[in-house]
Design a binder for this molecule. Structure first.
Ligand SMILES: *Cc1c(COP(=O)(O)O)cnc(C)c1O
Length: 386
């Protein structure tokens, strides 16, 4: 008998069930500690993140958007950037990347992606360069490292900072190290933002994030900004925020971070399965496999369904009980909050991809059998005409 049980896109309860005993023990430890903001759990997580990424400084913060906001704001407070300065970003990203730049009074300058990888097309960097450019903010989208010789040379030649949006790419490694010697996502450039939103590869049981950096001064500014702008008690050097990481989330994250290799390996296995099973499937464009497996942690496995058929294909899969998702249906530059800033003609490739992308279940809890069923069903419905 064929299995017709529904396949969810991502079942977070199931994903965390594997660690339930450890998570409960860690939660009890925090409850009993009497320390509910900051303290040893947060410091231990920061130490784990330094060890993982190779960056010498890590600051736990409230979420991934705040991690990015705090980095940008810190550079402004430090005088490294000033309002009106430009930051080159991929047009094809989650809106948080844009919001963080805007929030500091900086100007996002979007660049079209390479459709094979979905990441910022580094061949287009020089077109975006102006005298006001101060930084490049690559996003390792869907978990794939965005780092190559062109990007490294571009930032070196032009004296630009590199701030990484590593919200989707914890544990991914570049073949070539960044200028500070680390190969790890978030530590390739000057500073990186991590998100531990529950759906991310390492997810908290709520909101959480972190900044990692090679810059001691930036780390201190981020830490102060996240704590009302205080560098010590009742001494506020900035008009800051409250963007601290809760120890309860730090404790959850330390449990899950210890399993990062098996988490990411599972995603790599499922992605490789999809790649093989969808080989030759008509009407489905697979994502390029990375030259080096370490360069991708498959936060999402995203295919393209060209020809205006994506929504129909998604609907037919749903009718078979197979849930998929879209990352992202509307790119940042076409969101209502940016009305008047860009037009729909400005970034045609990004706009087109938004209508073609389809994310298949690849997360923890998705079994290899489910991957096979999804791939078979997708190959079937995508091959049907019109
Ligand atoms: C999730 C995400 C963020 C924001 O992280 P939060 O923790 O949800 O605030 C930023 N950028 C990208 C690319 C993301 O996927």
């Amino acid at each position: 008998m064929t299995n017709t049980a529904n396949i969810s896109f991502l079942d977070l309860g199931l994903a965390n069930a594997a660690y339930a005993d450890e998570l409960k023990a860690a939660a009890c430890r925090v409850i009993d500690s009497g320390r509910y903001v900051g303290g040893a759990e947060v410091e231990a997580l920061e130490s784990d993140l330094r060890a993982l990424t190779g960056a010498p400084f890590a600051v736990g913060v409230s979420n991934g958007l705040d991690a990015l906001r705090l980095i940008m704001r810190a550079y402004v407070e430090m005088g490294v950037m000033k309002p009106g300065d430009e930051v080159i970003v991929p047009a094809n990203t989650y809106i948080a990347t844009f919001l963080a730049i805007d929030d500091a009074g900086l100007v996002p300058v979007p660049v079209e992606p390479d459709p094979a990888t979905f990441n910022l097309d580094t061949r287009r960097l020089s077109v975006a360069l102006t005298p006001r450019t101060r930084a490049v903010l690559p996003v390792h989208l869907y978990g794939r490292i965005c780092w190559d010789g062109r990007l490294a040379e571009f930032v070196r030649q032009n004296g630009l900072k590199v701030i990484e949006d590593a919200a989707q790419s914890i544990g991914a490694r570049s073949t070539a190290p960044g200028p500070h010697g680390s190969c790890c996502a978030a530590a390739l450039g000057d500073a990186g933002a991590l998100s531990f939103y529950p759906t991310k590869n390492i997810g908290a049981l709520g909101d959480a994030g972190a900044v990692v950096t090679h810059d001691e001064q930036l780390a201190a500014a981020v830490r102060a900004l996240a704590n009302y702008g205080a560098d010590r008690r009742y001494h506020n050097i900035y008009r800051g925020f409250n963007c601290r990481l809760d120890p309860i989330q730090a404790a959850m994250l330390r449990v899950k971070l210890a399993h990062i290799d098996s988490e990411n390996e599972g995603r790599r296995r499922r992605a490789a399965l999809y790649d093989g099973l969808l080989d030759g499937a008509a009407g489905v464009v697979r994502p390029a496999m990375p030259a080096d497996a370490a360069g991708h942690v498959w936060h999402q496995y995203v295919v393209r369904i060209p020809g205006g058929r994506r929504d129909a294909v998604q609907g037919m899969l749903r009718e078979q009980g197979i849930m998929t998702d879209i990352h992202y249906a509307v790119p940042p530059h076409l969101q209502p909050c940016y009305e008047g800033r860009w037009s729909s003609a400005d970034l045609p490739l990004t706009a087109r991809l938004a209508g073609e992308v389809l994310s298949l279940p690849v997360g923890t809890g998705t079994t290899d059998d489910e991957v096979a069923r999804v791939a078979r069903a997708l190959a079937d419905v995508a091959s049907r005409g019109g």
